[in-house]
Design a protein around this ligand. Structure first.
Ligand SMILES: Nc1ncnc2c1ncn2[C@@H]1O[C@H](COP(=O)(O)OP(=O)(O)OP(=O)(O)O)[C@@H](O)[C@H]1O
Ligand SMILES: [Mg+2]
Length: 358
């Protein structure tokens, strides 16, 4: 459906994209994640034809649409685009914005679909208003409908839900996903929110230093991150350093098995917050803490603070080892109460622990 092949692109001699390649199959939703300024919007601009490509090739439906010698205009690419800043025309009403650039025959053809889309996301009442009369979130919803208006085969979404409150965001992205599936539309979504990427996507690509650091299914990236950089994208992590000896490495949280190839090497050990279990220190919990599938810490933790998040508790722990003090974050499911300075058992789930060569 969409293929980026060895894309390199610079602004003012500064290389932004460096040999970037990625493929999106027909009907797929693919998310692009990456630090601010790494070139995500640039990729969408190149794919939609807003920006001319300097090096490489972009194919849409097996046809080269961008290369140093070829540039197919945006209108001819059959793509929809939701810009990072929405970019509605201020002098046109919402309905005029949605149908902008379409012939009356095209409008007639799409009218019913647009009306039902607007109804579905509850913005029908805004049809005759002007963009300045709408909130940022409402403008984003209009931009989403506008991107679908011309029946594109693929849409590019640049942080399309960033201005919505979290409840509305959940609702709209759910509706969006069903609309995309129902109409068999592919989508390339740029987001900063890993949960959103996991919720929406068949595949996720993570950009770093101008090219793809890892590309795969959400589960692949979550369970088999290739680097600490990738692991960190899916939630807060604790990082330790150590040297592997005889296939294992010692940390303040316990001894973890490592592949033998790391023997005698300095490694970075990444432990997700949600991999760490915290139990109040008592006989009853001793059994839970000692469960063979967990790696147990030889040290007690002391609770610095415990905060309730939605559906989980974030516990700030201090583990004192000799003269050093390790500050660790554990995220445990449900509502849990701990007192400040409470002594706790700490164990970790080894399936959520990753070791990388330094
Ligand atoms: N038209 C331009 N002229 C010069 N530099 C540009 C231009 N557009 C983007 N850049 C630069 O290219 C880099 C990548 O920009 P881009 O907008 O693609 O980042 P991004 O990954 O979308 O970031 P964010 O997550 O903040 O939206 C940035 O350093 C930016 O300053
Ligand atoms: Mg951007």
């Amino acid at each position: 459906m969409l293929e980026f092949l060895n894309i390199s692109h610079s602004y003012n001699k500064q290389k932004i994209l460096n040999d970037f390649s990625m493929k999106l199959e027909y009907g797929e939703v693919v998310s692009l994640l990456g630090p601010s300024g790494c070139g995500k919007t640039t990729l969408l601009k190149l794919a939609s034809g807003i920006e001319k490509l300097q090096n490489g090739e972009i194919k849409l439906n097996n046809e080269i649409v961008s290369s140093p010698n070829i540039h197919l205009n945006t209108e001819k690419r059959d793509v929809g685009y939701v810009f990072q800043d929405c970019a509605l025309f201020p002098h046109l009403t919402i309905l005029q914005n949605i149908f902008f650039g379409m012939t009356s025959i095209e409008i007639e053809k799409q009218k019913n679909k647009i009306e039902s889309l607007m109804k579905e996301i509850n913005i029908s009442r805004l049809s005759e208003k002007y963009p300045h009369e709408l909130s940022g979130g409402q403008q984003q919803q209009v931009a989403l409908v506008r991107a679908m208006a011309s029946d594109p085969k693929i849409i590019f979404l640049d942080e399309p839900f960033s201005n919505l409150d979290s409840r509305l965001k959940e609702k709209i992205r759910d509706q969006m996903l069903h609309i995309l599936r129902e109409h068999n539309i592919s989508a390339l979504l740029v987001t900063h929110d890993p949960e959103e990427a996991m919720f929406m996507s068949d595949k996720i690509g993570i950009l770093n230093n101008g090219s793809i650091e890892q590309f795969g299914s959400p589960i692949d990236l979550y369970l088999r991150p290739k680097s600490a950089f990738i692991a960190e994208f899916f939630g807060e992590i604790n990082v330790f350093e150590g040297i592997v000896e005889d296939g294992s490495v010692n940390t303040v949280l316990g001894t973890f098995k490592c592949p033998n190839k790391f023997n005698n090497k300095k490694v970075k050990i990444v432990i997700r917050n949600e991999a760490i279990n915290v139990f109040a220190e008592n006989k009853l919990n001793l059994k839970k803490y000692k469960q063979p599938e967990f790696v147990t810490s030889p040290y007690f933790g002391y609770v610095m603070e415990a905060r309730l998040l939605a559906g989980s508790t974030l516990v700030h722990l201090s583990l004192k080892v000799n003269q050093s003090n390790f500050h660790i974050h554990a995220k445990i499911p449900g509502l849990n109460f701990f007192n400040t300075n409470e002594k706790v058992f700490v164990s970790s789930d080894p399936s959520q622990i990753f070791v990388f060569k330094q």
